[in-house]
Write a protein that binds this ligand. Structure first.
Ligand SMILES: C[S@@+](CC[C@H](N)C(=O)[O-])C[C@H]1O[C@@H](n2cnc3c(N)ncnc32)[C@H](O)[C@@H]1O
Length: 303
């Protein structure tokens, strides 16, 4: 059997209506290629240019078994393979943290242009780091930046440690409920916190239910943690510091919760949205709005 024939067979199986694509994989073709890249340890170009070459039976068996596991477990393929490519780097991926898929990858790869000159950034925090994909990629491509990564989950941090070791990157791991155990200030804070409401979570496809719920769901229609971050961030940003916050499809909700703030949303060329950029002064200016949003929720919660 040739590589091309196996690819066609995998695509056919992966086109099952049981499966949902939304973890950085676009469709069945994309996922079949991900499997081939994993088993053959080859890049797309190489696989495409050698499509007529035969594949040894053990590779065929392995590929079929991965697809079988995907179909029976409904886990995202990254968990099945135990590996995912993010920001041009190979990360270990398993149920200890969400599958990396953030559009932050594009920002990191293009040096946060036009918002930042990376030469002027000396320290950065990846808050809610999960398996470390954002902070570790940032550190890998910017060796001069001192990067800290933090998360409330010990499981997530143990995965981040494995990824940092695998990719030989220097980052400090901090276990922290948001900023609770953070004692430094940073030129840059990047964060992809939980921003899904419980109602939205209930309706998500099965694949998302295999990820840690702690990484997805936040109170107050998904906005509680993002707003807590905007409220507290100024204390942890240097004077000219800047926050990049991902809220995904909760962007419109955030806009409508704070009509007085003109959020600056980033446009991505390779897909994804819902990341805004806010400097420290703007965050300070709107502190009372963030506080009253959070106060309203505590009143309701205490009723
Ligand atoms: C959406 S995931 C993001 C993971 C990773 N940064 C990424 O982009 O793939 C959110 C992460 O926030 C963490 N988290 C949830 N609540 C938190 C809190 N109160 N303080 C710190 N981290 C928290 C979860 O454990 C999870 O790893």
């Amino acid at each position: 059997m040739t590589k091309e024939q196996l690819f066609i067979q995998l695509v056919e199986q992966l086109s099952s209506p049981k499966l949902f694509y939304g973890h950085g994989v676009v469709d069945a073709q994309d996922e079949a290629m991900m499997v081939l890249m994993h088993i053959l340890k080859q890049k797309v170009d190489k696989i495409l240019s050698t499509g007529q070459e035969n594949i040894a039976q053990p590779y065929i068996d392995k590929a079929r078994s991965y697809v079988e596991q995907r179909l029976t477990s409904l886990k995202p393929m990254a968990y099945v393979l135990g590996e995912v490519n993010f920001c041009g780097l190979s990360f270990i991926s398993d149920e200890r943290a969400l599958v990396p898929r953030s559009p932050f990858a594009e920002l990191i790869q293009n040096g946060f242009k036009p918002w930042l000159n990376m030469k002027n950034i000396h320290s950065a925090l990846d808050l809610c780091t999960g398996g470390g994909c954002l902070g570790i990629s940032l550190a890998k491509y910017n060796k001069h930046i001192k990067v800290d990564v933090s998360d409330i989950s010990d499981d997530a941090l143990s995965l981040a440690k494995e990824n940092k070791d695998k990719l030989s990157v220097e980052v400090k791991l901090i276990q922290s409920d948001l900023f609770q155990n953070i004692n430094d200030t940073y030129d840059l804070i990047i964060t992809n916190p939980p921003y899904v409401s419980q109602t939205e979570y209930d309706e998500l496809p099965d694949e998302y239910k295999t990820e840690p719920k702690l990484g997805l769901v936040a109170d107050q229609d998904g906005l509680k943690i993002p707003v807590e971050i905007m409220l507290s961030a100024p204390k942890y940003l240097s004077k000219k510091g800047i926050l990049f916050l991902e809220v995904g499809y909760s962007d419109e909700l955030l806009e409508s919760a704070f009509p007085a703030i003109s959020f600056e949303w980033i446009e991505f060329t390779s897909g994804g949205d819902g990341v805004c950029v806010i400097n420290r002064n703007t965050l300070i200016e709107h502190e009372s709005l963030f506080q009253s949003f959070l106060n309203k929720a505590s009143i309701l919660e205490n009723c």
